[in-house]
Design a protein around this ligand. Structure first.
Ligand SMILES: [Zn+2]
Length: 451
């Protein structure tokens, strides 16, 4: 990249420098030179610049796609592999998750090929990026010809999309898209049902949010069932709040347990590597709810084994030991307790060679990486990857392992992608992997701090 910047690349680099110079002037105390009217103009112009930048970036993404597809076609790559991994490369360049990058790439292609008026207004800084995205979203189901008609209508003088505020613009887009093909619009609603899903995300204070994206009547039925049950529980003198009864009932019905608190828990405790002997003793009491030396019913394990004061609950994350202990004490479900080891420098280390990423070694990788190890991706780990491929003689060790999400596991198999371990994570520095993409760009991924 360094050798001989393309004039456009050089111009963009210059533009960025120019913008930060403008800011530096403002911070340098020369505000007096501006009237309030100047400053309002500047705010407005910068907003338009945002749109223009989005359009310029979209053009670069479309060109990249075109160049890549042409090259891979010429190289006679298998058709299903052509263009794969592009969203992942864009994600790294933009410091975004691949899901967000894929959405941006999709919008770029739609503006460029099917929505030329929307694209032109965006590039001129007359249309807000949010509105331009809504045009893409609301016309997604339409064939290209109809989509172009809608695009034209939205920008003719009667509608004048760029002249509307965001809210009215969104309404105009929906109305125009519906009018263009009412049946397709309703059909689209039916297809949305195919996208139903359930997701879980962590919330502060050791809580989590469970979401179900459901057809409306099913969502209503779920809530009604919980309410009905809650009404009868309250009527029989249940002293929990309605919210608590509904939440407990949700867990009980989904898991089939008789009591919400009886979920199976797996807890990992990270112990200093020099406490190995002591931790072996602690393993023997895995059935008993003893997580630190202060537990009243503690039989024999050394208190040293739990010095760090945090436990990791599988699927939940780090918890203070006291909260983890309460989980184990309260739960009538299955309990597992695992011990992982920490080097004096604070990194998780392996305790012996193994041939595959299974068992304790797999636990170590998951505990070390926590989420997908590609930068800016926080998707859950779905694959334990040999950084140096197994086929190339890569060993099955903790330093040569990394957790990847499903998407990045696919991308790494694309030609032109490679990864190298630059720090094994056993010394002072965290485990570090450098990923190289097909364009020769490199990105560094450091293991997060242990919980
Ligand atoms: Zn990922």
């Amino acid at each position: 990249m360094e050798e001989g910047l393309h004039p456009t690349t050089a111009a963009l680099t210059g533009l960025l420098a120019q913008l930060s110079e403008l800011t530096a002037d403002a911070l340098g105390g020369v505000e007096d030179e501006f009237t309030e009217s100047d400053l309002v103009d500047q705010v407005g112009l910068l907003e338009r610049l945002r749109s223009a930048v989005a359009a310029t970036q979209a053009a670069a993404m479309v060109r990249l796609t075109r160049v890549r597809v042409e090259r891979e076609t010429a190289e006679q790559q298998r058709p299903e592999r052509i263009g794969r991994g592009l969203a992942e490369e864009i994600a790294l360049a933009c410091r975004l998750s691949p899901t967000v990058a894929a959405r941006r790439l999709g919008a770029a292609k739609a503006w460029w090929f099917d929505l030329p008026h929307t694209y032109a207004a965006l590039a001129a800084g007359r249309l807000h990026e949010r509105v331009a995205n809504a045009v893409v979203e609301q016309t997604r189901h339409l064939p290209a010809v109809t989509r172009r008609e809608v695009d034209q209508q939205l920008h003719d003088p009667r509608t004048d999309l760029p002249g509307l505020g965001v809210r009215r613009a969104l309404a105009a887009i929906t109305t125009t898209a519906y009018a263009a093909d009412p049946r397709a619009y309703l059909e689209r609603g039916r297809h949305a049902r195919d996208d139903r899903y359930v997701a879980l995300r962590p919330a502060p204070d050791t809580m989590s949010v469970l979401t179900g994206y459901l057809p409306v009547e099913q969502g209503v039925a779920c809530l009604a069932a919980l309410r009905t049950h809650t009404d009868s529980a309250v009527a029989t003198g249940d002293e929990r709040t309605r919210g608590q009864i509904m939440a407990d009932t949700l867990v009980e019905r989904l898991t089939g347990q008789t009591r919400a608190g009886d979920v199976a828990v797996e807890i990992q405790i990270i112990v200093p590597v020099d406490a190995l002997a002591a931790s072996d003793a602690a393993l023997d009491v895995a059935d008993g709810p003893v997580l630190d030396g202060s537990a009243s019913q503690s039989p024999s394990p050394s208190p040293r084994s739990t010095e760090p004061g945090t436990a990791t609950v599988t699927g939940v994350g780090a918890l203070p030991l006291s909260v983890a202990r309460q989980l184990v004490d309260d739960s009538g479900g299955t309990k597992h307790l695992r011990l992982l080891h920490r080097s004096p420098a604070g990194h998780l280390v392996d305790i012996g060679g193994r041939r595959r990423f299974t068992g304790a070694l797999a636990d170590l990788v998951l505990a070390r990486d926590q989420t997908c190890r590609e930068p800016y991706c926080d998707a859950p780990v779905r694959h334990l990857d040999h950084v140096q491929r197994h086929a190339d003689g890569g060993p099955t060790t903790l330093p040569n392992a990394r957790g990847l999400c499903a998407r990045h596991n696919l991308a790494r198999e694309q030609p032109g992608w490679s990864a190298t371990v630059v720090h094994d994570g056993l010394g002072d520095r965290p485990h570090t992997v450098v990923t190289t993409t097909p364009t020769g760009h490199t990105y560094e991924s450091r293991a997060p701090d242990p919980p």
